[in-house]
Design a protein around this ligand. Structure first.
Ligand code: GTP
Length: 198
């Protein structure tokens, strides 16, 4: 059993992006370091847990939600945003359409998710260099204009999979540590005020 008492914090992370960009494969590579060539479209959703050690040694549990990219599941997907701390937003470098649709996903995220949510952009399938429709520069431009960090990755060749998740989880943890310390500060000043009013 994993050391339960050290993994009390659970972060919810969603994988989003168009159908067949590689969300399931990206998650599978991260969770059990495997890759499957056959395409089985996700119906609805699936989720997995992983214990992650942060660079300061702190351990957190991450609940990773693999969502269906197909349009017909898009409205159901809205409920997945509830309580989410982070998003891995994926497009496929061999499909310009999936890159162009990132703006749509960002609009939906803006409407549905907490404004504290941390997001990273992943350009998947860079192993297919000869079939590229989206250059690294285009990816970086989109990332810059959207205020996101881009990871060019391959679930197939295991490039930047662990690195991107680790980056996101560290970012979430930093954000929530700040929120907690601000809350503590607020609580302390509340107590001080109470003391003064007596
Ligand atoms: P939906 O469930 O429909 O939303 O799709 P998805 O985004 O989960 O895509 P999935 O992971 O099922 O992958 C779709 C297809 O792309 C499969 O045939 C995978 O083998 C392939 N694929 C995924 N990642 C990579 C990659 O990094 N490189 C290559 N070459 N193929 C990949």
């Amino acid at each position: 059993m994993a050391d339960k008492e050290n993994t009390e914090i659970t972060y919810k992370v969603l994988l989003l992006g168009d159908s067949s960009v590689g969300k399931t494969c990206f998650l599978k590579r991260y969770i059990d370091n495997t890759f499957q060539d056959a395409y089985l479209s996700t119906i609805g959703f699936d989720f997995k847990f992983k214990n992650v050690t942060l660079k300061d040694g702190k351990k957190v549990k991450v609940q990773l939600w693999d969502t269906a990219g197909q349009e017909r599941f898009r409205t159901i997907a809205k409920s997945y945003y509830k309580g989410a701390h982070g998003i891995v937003l994926i497009y496929d470098v061999t499909s310009k359409r999936t890159y162009e649709n990132i703006r749509k996903w960002l609009n939906q995220i803006k409407e549905e998710a907490s404004n504290r949510i941390s997001i990273i952009l992943v350009a998947n399938k860079i192993d297919c260099e000869g079939e590229r429709e989206v250059s690294k520069e285009e990816g970086e431009n989109l990332a810059t204009t959207s205020g996101l960090t881009l990871f060019e990755a391959s679930a197939k060749d295991s490039i930047n999979v662990n690195e991107s998740f680790q980056y996101l989880i560290e970012k979430i943890s930093e954000k929530y540590a700040n929120i907690n310390s601000n809350t503590t500060k607020l609580n302390n000043s509340k107590n001080e005020k109470k003391g003064c009013n007596r």
